[in-house]
Design a protein around this ligand. Sequence first.
Ligand code: MLT
Length: 332
Amino acid sequence: MRPLFRTACRFVLGAVALAGTLQGAVAQESYPQRPVTWLVPFAVGGPTDAIARTVAQRVSAELSQPIIVDNPAGAGGTVGALRAARSKADGYTLFVGHIGTMAAAPYLFKGLKYDPMKDFVPIFRFPDTPMVLLVKNGARFKTVNDLLQEARKRPGELTFGTAGVGSSSHLAAEHLAATAKVKFTFVPYKGTGPAMTDLVGGQIDAMLDQTNVSLPQIQGGRLTALALTSQSPMPQFPGVPTLADTDLPGFLASTWYGLYAPAGTAPVVIETMRVAYMKALADNAFTDALRKQGIDVLPNDRVGPAPLREFTVSEQKKWERVIREANIAVQP
Ligand code: MLT
């Protein structure tokens, strides 16, 4: 062997051995060794924040490490998604993505600066939440029909709060308007938490929000639920019909969420988080508490990284078609 070739071979073999050792070190190092941050891209007090904090608390107990929920909100969740995509792939910053940021955003925002598939790896899917059509308690709309009739009479005059362009509350409201052939004016907030405050205060006319945060407001007499977007009525919302059973046959909407890591994150991180979450799901007290809030706990075979990846891809295809057909285009 020529000396130069021999030196090159040694260098390559040395590099391969070093890479193997480093990977081994990550794999053997116990994870997590310090607090982990979950980035939630909507305001505190909204449905994404609420479900993320509930799950984080339980997963954190399994891991014996705190999980800090941070809320970089804005632009329908894309501000937080971009921050997550650019975070160090060391397992200490993870992202709570959802229907908007991971499926609809690439087709809504022409200049989107992250790619949900290339910049992230899936970890697990959270439970889903159906939505509720809400108005202020005592509002003049007593039924869905009242709201739609007024929207038909005064196109574009009724105001609908959303968590920003491309958020779940916005996508569902666009879907509602298109199905009912009415026009609303959408008012974007940094999350449905602040939108709900304005709905209670009478600054906006209506909104669609997830069941988990709407329920206490309805029970507390601040908001009235006109209809649910679920397939069937829910016992947690007595007397509330579904949109599918009333004025909009076949209308369904639900919000899904997933935990994602920046691309390049070590498999040990993904597996550790997944296992901790599966342990939480095995605890009936935990899942019963979620169900009481109107949250749909999914079967275990739909929760892990592979089903979440497959589901994210299928949702992207769906939203690409919906956005193209509805001709919606915006800039972040
Ligand atoms: C949405 O997409 O509408 C979000 O779930 C709102 C939020 O969490 O505030």
